[in-house]
Design a protein around this ligand. Structure first.
Ligand code: CLF
Ligand code: SF4
Length: 518
């Protein structure tokens, strides 16, 4: 088994518990549920909330609880992006790395039923490549979804596309009840587009340069408008390419918001010569963590931002940030024989999460009101790195963390603003100093790191680097703990016993981009 969170780990350490009673507090001002990427039922239409509340990509809160699965049934693509090499996964929705197994629609259905039986957190099935889900007539994509909506009606359907073939397929998307569509839009100006797309294949012809970028842009905008007119939720993914479209992404954000996009996900370019992409081979770099955050922050107030994307593989399985694909290879699934449909475990799980979350919304608001009253608005926000296995709790050991979630906490509240992938510091019972250095450089803009447990050696290294290791909130909720920490931090700052930490430029890890570990 992989390390997907269990019901126990979500509801507490040990037995299942009902959510704690908490005093409801009237929402006022900028609550954490109305700021940035954190979302909740308070700030959206109930029908929309119903669609997104269990979707790990469309709701930041949901990504602590729910898993997605991609089936790699769409190998062909109709355009070329300078950040993609077809021998690797689609870089806009998946990490570079060969898709282990391309699937036929029948194989995909069997795999989905097998995964659904084993992972009660599974809520969404996505098709995100490894090419474009709508290229080549979208035959496999729609064949898979047509079967799936009959075989496993509780699972949400989701697809991702570059948008070129979108206008031709919007009616079928609506017909198969696909409620969530992602379009990768990196530009709204063909001059910018020409630096990203060397060619497209359209109407039996290859187009290049400005003509190609213009056609792609027009189809993306038309497709977006057609989808939103039908009430389908659209997320826009943009790859941030420093010096090419970084400043332009503000205009992209405005344009997609004006056309009704539900979310905008600005992702860092993944670029490495080893991937054999045009950008990798020509030395185009990706953004640093701070550069990415600056652009994301500048887009706040436009289309709602997604900041928890893990740029997952086209065959990813599990919570965002993990990949359990190895447990469900074709030979293992073949050996399972006939697999039926049973949604009982998923239903039970969703009921528990629902109860848990309603209590959480009130307790977050109470913690925030407490900080606002105690601290006022004079103290600058800080970043905190959190080791977590899910369930919105601090429940991972420092040495076992494969990523740290980054929260920004200040007088206005605590919110998730990103994540940093790292190598696991402790393997086989002992820590690795080289790995520790990479962990430090990944979180060097943070004031503290919250962990369930940490050893003496890494604690000392963190303190020397100016990052406070904090284990006193072990197994508690992240946001409430961050707010309690901030209140104490502001007090210490006021007393002069600590100094505000000067910001550093943390490194975004784009190396071996899979959470799979041997
Ligand atoms: Fe997959 Fe994409 Fe649907 Fe999510 S992923 S098709 S919307 S179910 Fe999610 Fe993965 Fe980021 Fe995509 S974390 S790469 S945004
Ligand atoms: Fe690659 Fe996806 Fe771009 Fe096609 S749309 S070239 S598969 S990144």
């Amino acid at each position: 088994m992989g390390n997907v969170i269990s019901l126990d780990s979500i509801l507490g350490v040990g037995e299942l518990k009902a959510p704690a009673e908490s005093t409801p507090v009237e929402s006022s001002g900028c609550s954490s549920s109305s700021c940035g990427s954190s979302d909740g039922p308070a700030d959206m239409d109930p029908a929309v909330w119903d669609k997104v509340k269990n979707h790990p990509c469309y709701s930041e809160e949901a990504h602590h609880y729910f898993a997605r699965m991609h089936v790699a049934v769409a190998p062909a693509c109709n355009i070329q992006c300078n950040y993609c090499n077809r021998k690797y996964d689609c870089s806009n929705e998946s990490r570079p790395g060969v898709v282990s197994e391309k699937l036929t629609p029948d194989q995909a259905i069997k795999k989905i039923l097998a995964v659904a039986q084993d992972i009660p957190q599974l809520s969404v099935i996505g098709i995100a490549g490894p090419g474009d889900s709508l290229a080549a007539g979208a035959k496999n994509t729609f064949a898979t979804f047509e079967h799936l909506q009959k075989k496993a009606p509780d699972l949400k359907l989701c697809l991702s596309t570059n948008g070129l073939a979108l206008p031709d397929n919007v009616d079928r998307i609506a017909q198969y009840n696909i409620d969530h569509v992602t379009i990768t839009i990196n530009m709204v100006d063909p001059e910018v587009g020409a630096q990203i797309y060397p060619w497209i294949f359209h109407k039996h012809k290859r187009w290049t340069g400005l003509d190609a970028a213009k056609i792609l842009h027009e189809h993306q905008m038309l497709g977006l408008e057609m989808l939103t007119a039908r009430g389908i939720l659209v997320k826009v993914n943009s790859v941030m390419i420093p010096g090419v479209n970084d400043e332009h992404l503000l205009a992209v954000n405005k344009a997609v918001k004006a056309r009704g996009a539900f979310l905008h996900n600005i992702m860092p370019l993944i670029s490495d010569p080893a991937h054999g992409t045009h950008f990798g081979l020509t030395g185009q770099r990706g953004p640093t963590a701070q550069e990415l955050k600056v652009v994301q922050d500048a887009c706040e107030g436009g289309a709602k931002l997604m900041r928890h994307c893990r740029q997952c593989r086209a065959d990813a399985v599990g919570l965002l940030g993990e990949d359990r694909g190895d447990e469900f290879t074709a030979d293992k699934i073949e050996a399972m024989g006939e697999i039926g449909y049973d949604d009982e475990a998923r239903r039970t799980y969703r009921e528990h999460v629902e109860a848990e979350r309603s209590g959480r919304h009130a307790s977050k608001a109470a913690a925030q009101a407490d900080v606002q009253e105690a601290v006022g608005s004079a103290v600058d926000p800080i970043l905190i790195a959190v080791a977590t296995k899910g369930g919105e709790r601090i429940n991972e050991h420092f040495g076992h963390a494969k990523e740290f979630q980054i929260y920004e906490v200040g007088p206005q509240g605590a919110k998730f603003v990103g994540h940093r992938r790292v190598d696991q510091y402790c393997e086989g019972g002992s820590g690795d100093d080289d790995t520790l250095d990479t962990v430090l450089s990944a979180i060097n803009d943070c004031t503290a790191v919250f962990v369930a447990k940490i050893g003496g050696c890494p604690s000392k290294s963190l303190e020397s680097a100016g990052i406070e290791p904090v284990d006193r909130f072990a197994f508690e909720y992240i946001e409430e703990s961050a707010l309690a920490y901030f209140k104490d931090y502001a007090e210490r700052l006021g007393q002069g016993s600590i100094q505000a930490r000067a910001g550093q430029d943390a490194v975004i890890r784009t190396g071996a981009l899979t959470a799979k570990r041997a």
